[in-house]
Ligand binder design. Structure first.
Ligand code: AVJ
Length: 334
């Protein structure tokens, strides 16, 4: 393999504090004992779930990925024009990094680029990094297997060059608006005036379009949601009958969010061996598994203002479904 002798082209660190299995066990115990029941969407992404999410991105109903890809295709050169010759591209929740290729393709000619993907699924990181290195022979990759908050800590140390921070794909949607503002503020506090952040945000739109995107005809999103229960069976020795739960996705227009649930179709008791836990479900009882917030342009403005960020540019797809913001720090903010 080619590359400089001093610096390997690919490195990977795993930054998991404590035992991820213990976290899962603790959160499942707490979530299923709660009233109403809930499970965290961060547990969707084991290898199985990451694969299902990649399949979701290809669905005809899931317009988000196509809309964001359209924007990146159209404006990658313009984005590249504000990026200096030596840059570190840091991506939060990089997944399979398919969209990132469009940006790297625009950035790489004439630039020295270090790519730092941060994702909770290590196998996905390894696979996407291998693909990128093959496609871009001069790219240096430092992959970080970590949760957002750990990745954020890491952001502070990766600051020897100007940075382009990517938070694409409406990943912001899993946060409440207040949480999103706080998280963006924490990122902002690591940024210098030369840094930029690119954030992909899904826009508010008709209920029918949104609900179809989260409840597709082929049932892939249902399988993605049900994989949480399968994961409990696999990792925590559960006996949940996946056939006795139904996927539900509804749009809550007041809060501007899609809510996903797993609904018990009948009265049932389940046992989770490794937790020494028995849980009863009433017929129709739901486990809340995910929120996906949608934004108006005003709401994007409010959140970025609260975070101390200035939108230098923003773009939408032709149908106005999705918005991409290029932020820099607002020096006047406090
Ligand atoms: C990865 C959080 C952006 O909310 O659209 C897709 C996850 N859930 N279908 C989203 C998801 C159901 C996705 N994000």
């Amino acid at each position: 393999m080619m590359g400089s002798a001093s610096m390997p082209r690919f490195r990977l660190v795993e930054l998991t504090e404590g035992d991820p299995h213990a976290d899962f066990a603790r959160d499942v115990t707490a979530g299923l004992a709660s009233e109403p029941k809930h499970l965290s969407c961060r547990y969707f992404y084991d290898s199985e779930g990451s694969g299902l999410f990649a399949a979701i991105c290809e669905l005809p109903e899931y317009y988000l990925t196509r809309a964001e890809t359209e924007i990146l295709q159209r404006h990658a050169r313009e984005i590249a024009s504000v990026v200096p010759d030596e840059v570190t591209v840091i991506e939060l929740g990089s997944g399979n990094a398919v969209k990132t290729r469009l940006l790297l393709q625009a950035l790489l000619p004439g630039r020295q680029v270090r790519y730092v993907p941060i994702d909770i699924c290590r196998p996905v990181l390894e696979e996407s990094a291998a693909g990128l290195m093959q496609r871009f022979p001069s790219l240096e990759i430092f992959a970080v297997a970590a949760e957002y908050h750990e990745g954020l800590r890491y952001l502070r140390s990766e600051s020897d060059r100007p940075r382009l921070i990517l938070w694409l794909g409406s990943n912001i949607g899993n946060f409440t608006r207040a949480e999103a503002a706080t998280f963006l503020r924490r990122i902002r506090d690591t940024m210098t005036p030369a840094d930029r952040m690119l954030v992909g945000v899904d826009l508010r739109k008709d209920r029918a379009v949104l609900e179809a995107a989260y409840d597709d005809a082929a049932g892939v999103t249902a399988a993605f949601n049900l994989n949480l229960l399968a994961r409990i069976n696999r990792e925590l020795d559960g006996d949940l009958d996946l056939g006795a739960f139904r996927h539900r996705a509804i749009y809550n227009p007041d809060l501007g969010r899609i809510e996903m649930y797993l609904v018990s179709t009948r009265a049932q008791r389940v046992t989770i061996g490794r937790l020494g836990l028995k849980v009863a479900f009433a017929p129709g009882e739901a486990i809340h598994t995910e929120n996906s917030y949608k934004y108006s342009l005003t709401e994007i403005d409010e959140v970025s203002k609260a975070a101390g960020l200035l939108a230098e540019r923003c773009w939408q797809d032709a149908e106005g479904r999705f918005s991409l913001q290029l932020f820099r720090i607002d020096p006047a903010a406090h």
